[in-house]
Design a protein around this ligand. Structure first.
Ligand code: CU
Length: 286
């Protein structure tokens, strides 16, 4: 199958950039076929396509050398994983279990030292998978997972325009604002956005998590004596703002990940993005 590669910026205002063939990510599994619900080892070999040499040096981005996003082709399932670096351009992930006989889209998100962030797309097929398409319907603006409810406040999102996605985090049981989200992988939250064809990948973070603009963030109120002189852990909420530009209209899937009381929570959303006013058909011609 064809492997397409796609680069996307990993800064505060990401826009999907054009397809690149600069890097190849070769996926191999320890078994001849991957069976649903059966554990396997996933190996990734990253090569420079111009020289065929392995890429051996990577920058640490959000505390990891490689972020692996696995999404079922119907966009119903989302995993964010971190394979171990073995050296020589090889990463491995042990004990991977995929529950469904489905095609999984694998986005390898990495930054070769000296280059920009790269996102390379592959497809991993679980035995018995039938090709399918995402049949998305817009989600409710409130999504509850465990003890947290997160409200997406945007009323309308327009394609081609930088949009601030505004989330509000509350306790699902009491309705009280949650102000003590923890840092997860070096950010207040992580938002991954995918189009239904899974050709566009956007990964964005709240503005200012690198200490230059502290929106959406609060310090802990008190420091214990043990913490004197140490950097205090950051806490976040109830507001989280992410900048993103959706290149095209239609339904888009998003997953917001935050950490709360030591656990990682994943909130799935589907949002409708409308066309620009220029693109809308003219109503009347006189
Ligand atoms: Cu992230």
């Amino acid at each position: 199958m064809a492997i397409t590669a796609q680069a996307a910026a990993h800064d505060a205002t990401p826009t999907p950039s054009s397809v690149t063939s600069r890097y190849n990510v070769e996926l191999t599994t320890g078994t001849e076929v991957v069976e649903a619900a059966q554990s396997f080892t996933l190996t990734l070999n990253i090569q420079d396509t111009t020289t065929n040499a392995p890429v051996t040096e990577f920058d640490e981005v959000h505390t990891k050398l490689l972020h692996l996003i696995l999404i079922s082709e119907d966009l119903g399932e989302f995993h964010h994983l971190h394979p171990d670096y073995e050296g020589d351009g090889t990463f491995t992930l042990n004990d991977v279990v995929l529950p469904l006989a489905a095609n999984y889209i694998v986005f390898a998100d990495f930054t070769p030292t000296g280059d920009t962030q790269q996102v390379v797309r592959n497809v991993l097929t679980v035995s018995g998978a039938e090709p399918t398409h995402a049949h998305l319907t817009a989600s409710a603006s409130d999504v509850t997972v465990g003890d947290l409810t997160i409200h997406l406040g945007n009323e309308g999102i327009t394609a081609g325009t930088e949009t601030s996605l505004s989330f509000h985090v509350t306790d699902a049981n009491t309705g009280a604002d949650v102000t003590n989200l923890e840092e997860y992988l070096g950010a207040a939250g992580h938002l991954v956005i995918i189009d239904p064809s899974t050709q566009v990948y956007i990964h964005t973070h709240p503005a200012g998590h690198d200490m230059d603009n502290m929106s959406g963030m609060s310090h802990t109120a008190t420091a214990t004596p043990e913490m004197a002189g140490m950097e205090m852990p950051m806490q976040y909420g109830p507001h989280l703002e992410f900048m993103a530009t959706f290149p095209t209209e239609g339904l888009w899937a998003m997953w917001l990940q935050v950490q709360y009381e030591g656990e990682i929570y994943t909130f799935p959303y589907v949002v409708e993005v409308t066309g620009t006013s220029e693109a809308a058909p003219a109503a009347h011609h006189h």
